[in-house]
Design a binder for this molecule. Structure first.
Ligand code: SF4
Length: 142
């Protein structure tokens, strides 16, 4: 495994995108970054630039207003990349599934590797999801 791949495994950078959630799941993602859970001690860094990100964390359902933005962010991320959907809304549409502007789960727009259900998803589950996504990135290296 090269130095780039090793760096990715040891310090994955995340991009967080709220696709239209109620913000409950977003608050839990932020909680994972606070000193109580402190994911930065594992080298996990929240990143604002898709071109520097290894893992995309998405909350909320896919919808007609911003699905192009979601696809655009995904396409800007370098390969290999992982996508984690956080919360039931992102997994299936959740409480928003009957709304007229809702497409459904995030996998209707981009490929998803890990689903973290829950309303809201707990920080422990989100951290587990990141570890699962890293396993996928590692598999690409073979
Ligand atoms: S799963 Fe629950 S907490 Fe998360 S965005 Fe949907 S309604 Fe909000």
């Amino acid at each position: 495994m090269g130095i780039l791949s090793t760096s990715r495994m040891k310090s994955p950078w995340l991009l967080h995108f709220d696709c239209g959630s109620c913000n409950g799941c977003d608050i839990e993602i932020l909680a994972a970054l606070t000193p109580l859970y402190d994911v930065e001690r594992f080298g996990i860094v929240n990143m604002g630039n898709p071109k520097h990100a290894d893992v995309l964390l998405v909350t909320g359902p896919a919808n007609y207003r911003n699905y192009r933005v979601l696809r655009n962010l995904y396409e800007q991320m370098p390969d290999p990349k992982g996508v984690i959907v956080v919360g039931t809304c992102g997994c299936t549409g959740g409480v928003f599934h009957n709304c007229p502007n809702i497409i459904g789960g995030i996998d209707k727009v981009i490929p998803v590797d890990v689903y973290v259900p829950g309303c809201a998803a707990r920080p422990e589950a989100i951290i587990d999801g990141v570890v699962l996504a890293l396993g996928k990135l590692k598999a690409y290296e073979k």
